[in-house]
Design a protein around this ligand. Sequence first.
Ligand code: SF4
Ligand code: SF4
Length: 262
Amino acid sequence: MNELERFKEKILKEYPRLTEDDTFKFACRPGISCFNDCCGDVNIFLTPYDILKMKNWLGISSEEFLDKYTITPIDKNQTYPVVLLKMRENEKKTCHFAAPEGCTIYDDRPWACRIYPLGMASPGENDEIEQEFYFVLREDVCKGHEENNTWRVGEWIVDQGLEKYDEFGQLFKEITLHDYFRQGKSLNPQKIEMFHMVCYNLDKFRQFIKESTFLNRFNLEDVSKDQLMEDDEYLLRFGFRWLKFALFGDKVMKVKSSAFRE
Ligand code: SF4
Ligand code: SF4
């Protein structure tokens, strides 16, 4: 069992399970003694929507974002590729977006930074989880728990702008927690590449659609080709749909009969 799996097991066994109506005490503010201390030497898994928001905030392509700001760890037990935010190579391993005045990418900071100090566990991640729950992460470094502000979990979710992130997170989970994986099946290298392109390298996916016969192969009356070319969120939603079809054989897209003759 690796470190992450051990941590997940501890959460399941020891952490109180919270619903949106439960409360916790916390405040994070400039001037607090630990300000910025949490923005270094930390494992932040990036979701597809995180990458979409961050690369657009920076005004760079998804390819450039992946090259400059992420690492892709390889683990033989992984069912699908994951992407982590890369930390600087200084002593404290500071995040590239941490500055003395706080997070320079605050409005588009990733899901994990938004929801902190809460975490979320979903059915499908583990057989023991029957319904989604939240939990509070208490780390010695964080003095925010000593502050006197009381939050309802649901209130925190709204305050931190998590609703849109969770909407895309839900679509991502339909892929990552798909029955296909629960049945112990794995993706071949070509499918891993597809997954990586759609989820993390959205501009490359757009290029692929543009330059291949991809769109001609499917009946896509309900899809706007112009919007696929212009709207990242629209493209990502479409990409998730295609992945369900291409990776797992879900009947969510129809191949044109003419495509079989090509
Ligand atoms: S993205 Fe922002 S909030 Fe998240 S670790 Fe980096 S500096 Fe901190
Ligand atoms: S350690 Fe906690 S209180 Fe301190 S800056 Fe980070 S989140 Fe805020």
